[in-house]
Design a protein. Structure first.
Length: 412
């Protein structure tokens, strides 16, 4: 069998790993950057490893832990990650909260008694799935939704939460939490220091070429750099359709000379202030020993990104909130980073999965299933392909379609 994998990110590399387990020996990965790992490709500033945004390695699935451990041999999970959230743009006192939300958040708020009254009325067993807004309100009440969720999602997704589908929220920690396992729950969470051995190990033995691949909307025509590509099997991590909507992301990276941490946690979100939604501190993510701190400021956008306006906001924050100075900075943009979850898009996903079921293309990964998913979910999807390979490569459209939907069962 001659197989083509479009995209060398986590989903593409995981697909290569499982295809090799199926004794598929002729595998080509086409990657536009030729750097394996996509957003999870590791670079370094001084001794600080960084990727495109937060990149915590976590899973509660032992079989997926074994896959990670096969290539990331020095990884010893030891840290519980607890992101911070600032409800008024400051980093001190009652401005700062933990995420996921817990009762410690509530008691810091002036109207805590009213919030608790609302919490008594929520029905966690039967949430409202009419929209993302209705879902969140049915899980935490209106006050917490207004303070912590609504404005953040308008900044992140560029639409009102009432216009988002509830599917996006089903696997997210959007209710009051009682566990002490942090954002990622189980004990297996951390940063390995360098993701590249994982991606290189998964893709070892494959032919890797640099190029731009395209798949037409009916999945019947595949091209690499404008030339027709003929393969027995095609795994595509490209968007399911050119008509699907995505949010793009700009990260402004900032270097500050400081041997201490400068932010309250490795990731701090700002639902109600600024144009950026989050600040990431990479030194904290890995506990790197460095005389510098590397931050990124995340700006989701649609259309054209206003870099100068964003940079002014970053400079203001570093000078007036952190009381520090920027040594250097740079911009990295990735288009179509976040799949927008609306009813229109999900209806189109169903149409496209049906079309893909009648082709030799297997959609894979965040863009391939149009869902905001983690690395372990990408690997789980490739594992589902591996476990159902006869069906997913069958000429029987219904069998293949069933497997493709199975890949979307857990979108965490």
């Amino acid at each position: 069998m001659k197989a083509l994998i479009i995209g060398g990110g986590p989903a593409g590399c995981s697909s290569a790993y499982y295809l090799k387990k199926l004794n598929v020996s002729d595998i080509t990965i086409v990657e536009k950057d030729k750097n394996l790992g996509g957003c999870s490709h590791t670079k370094f500033y001084d001794t600080i490893p960084y990727e495109f945004g937060p990149q915590i390695l976590y899973t509660e699935d032992k079989s997926l832990q074994n896959v990670f451990d096969e290539f990331v041999t020095n990884f010893k999970p030891k840290k519980v990650y607890k992101p911070s959230l600032s409800i008024d743009g400051e980093l001190e006192g009652n401005s700062l909260h933990s995420f996921p939300l817990s009762f410690s958040n509530i008691i810091k708020l002036e109207n805590s008694e009213q919030i608790i009254e609302e919490l008594y009325k929520v029905n966690l067993k039967e949430p409202n799935y009419n929209s993302f807004e209705d879902y969140v309100k049915s899980r935490m009440g209106d006050i917490l939704y207004q303070k912590f969720v609504k404005n953040y999602n308008i900044k992140q997704w560029k639409i009102h939460p009432k216009d988002m589908d509830a599917e996006w929220a089903k696997y997210r920690p959007l209710t009051i939490q009682q566990n002490t396992k942090g954002m990622f729950k189980g004990d297996y969470q951390g940063h390995p220091g360098d993701y590249n051995p994982l991606w290189e190990g998964m893709a070892s033995g494959c032919k890797i070429i640099k190029g731009k691949a395209t798949v037409c909307n009916d999945f019947k025509k595949i091209e690499i750099d404008g030339k027709a590509a003929e393969y027995d099997l095609v795994i595509s991590t490209l968007p399911l359709s050119s008509e699907l909507e995505f949010i793009s992301t700009a990260l402004i990276y900032v270097v500050i000379k400081c041997d201490q941490y400068v932010m309250p946690s490795y990731a701090t979100s700002f639902p109600n202030n600024y144009s950026f939604v989050r600040i990431m501190e990479y030194k904290q993510q890995f506990d790197a020993n460095s005389n510098y701190s590397l931050l990124d400021f995340q700006f989701p956008y649609k259309g054209v990104f206003d870099y100068q306006k964003a940079l002014e906001e970053v400079r203001y924050f570093v000078k007036n909130i952190l009381k520090m100075s920027i040594m250097e900075h740079w911009l990295v943009i990735r288009e179509n980073t976040y799949p927008l979850c609306t009813k229109r898009n999900l209806d189109l996903v169903k149409v496209q999965i049906e079309k893909a079921s009648a082709s030799k293309v297997i959609p894979m990964g965040r863009a391939g299933v149009h869902a905001y998913i983690s690395k372990d979910t990408c690997i789980r999807m490739a594992k589902v392909m591996y476990e159902n390979f006869d069906d997913v490569t069958s000429a029987d459209k219904e069998k293949k379609q069933k497997v493709l939907y199975k890949m979307r069962e857990r979108l965490s």
